[in-house]
Design a protein around this ligand. Sequence first.
Ligand code: SAM
Length: 257
Amino acid sequence: MSTTPHDLREQVRRRYAESALTVIDGSCGCGGGGCCSDDSAASAVTSERFGEVLYDVEQRGELPDAAVLASLGCGNPVAVADLHEGETVLDLGSGGGIDVILSAKRVGAGGTAYGLDMTDEMLALAQRNARDAGVTNVHFLKGLIEAIPLPADSVDVVISNCVINLSTDKAAVLTEIARVLKPGGRVGVSDVVAEDHLTAEDRAARGSYVGCIAGALSRSEYVAGLEAAGFEDVSVEFTHEVADGMHGAIVKGRKAG
Ligand SMILES: C[S@@+](CC[C@H](N)C(=O)[O-])C[C@H]1O[C@@H](n2cnc3c(N)ncnc32)[C@H](O)[C@@H]1O
């Protein structure tokens, strides 16, 4: 029997609810990817490619331990987002809140950082982490990245860390990013991206969907999707290999002004 998009999303939700609970109950340090990256990959290898190691010591020092432990990303979007005081930032699939907290500190009291996630357990963990970090200019929203619960033209910067590959409707996500961004607004996300020669079957052979590998777009699919959604100056830069022919990447674009 084939897996429907609804089933796949439910598998993703369950997987990340479990990850959040292991941090909340203290039974697992998810950081380093040990329990949160792809099941099929060796954890000693994935620990260098996912999670807290992708943040420098100074950034980790700004965060509560649980926010660092809950890090499940494949990059560091805050490091490349060039955030400014007063801006409004939206983090898609905000997980334990690591990038929302770092963003909130960079945009300051005059700015706002939103985190959007579909998983109740992650939202609870992120709220706790933001409280412990002492940031008040944050709002965590429950919802889908395919139907962002914010008005059009309301956000300066959209970031995301290892989430778009998990979406069952990536075209909808990219269209929604374009809708909520103000004219001239930026998108800067970290994601797993495949080399163009890898077929969907090749990608699935390298890791699971919930482990952020099988659902990854290729570089040219990402570029085409962003351009179709109305982005200019699109770039996809591979930063580190996470599986054979598959990379952590920084994906950027600008909404036409
Ligand atoms: C791999 S984790 C990354 C979390 C966080 N960005 C980080 O770097 O630690 C993926 C997160 O995205 C959320 N997520 C996955 N698909 C989603 C969707 N379609 N809509 C909203 N949230 C989603 C999951 O609940 C989970 O918290």
